[in-house]
Design a protein around this ligand. Sequence first.
Ligand SMILES: [Fe+2]
Ligand SMILES: [Fe+2]
Length: 203
Amino acid sequence: MVEIAHRERVMKAAHLPADNIVAVLYEQHAHIGDQFDVVAESAGAAERSAAFDTLRELIASHEAAEDVVLHRVTEKLLPAGLTRARDDEEESIVRELADLEREPVDGPGFVARLRLFEQSFTMHAAHEETEDFPAVLTELSEQEQAELGRWMRRANRSVSTHPQHPHPAPAGRPVGDAAFGTGTFAALYDEARDRLTRTSQGA
Ligand SMILES: [Fe+2]
Ligand SMILES: [Fe+2]
């Protein structure tokens, strides 16, 4: 089911100009979906830990960029109940990922919990694709959609190429612990959001 959803996303993105904001967001959803499989299928704690770090960074920069760009647009286009529901989903993604970060990546329950978290993320992405994205495509001009898409690509490049600062691990956990990697998701998200907000303000 998840694989079909990925293919549909790639196909939908292929019908939009490459710089269109909705195409950029579809691509990111598909990329994140693929990375869930990379984490689940990786062998050994070091490989899985590295793949999980990549997944967390992808989700952090994607959700932060949506928060800074997409939500400012959809808040004006969608009923308040829908945007509130989307915010609640994103808060629960942060909570679920924080729980997952406490699980050792090579522990017996990690992959099952990862897949549960993937279901939450996939559901959230599907809601954005069916409710938020159509509003953007119908209410904004093609030029506005392209400008936002270009901004998003630039912003994500600046986040992904910026060296990550090591974040302190929770008390009692050494930095580099296999269960935590380089930093908690909440810290990655805050860092990405701060940088994107500064970028959007031209700082
Ligand atoms: Fe989102
Ligand atoms: Fe999204």
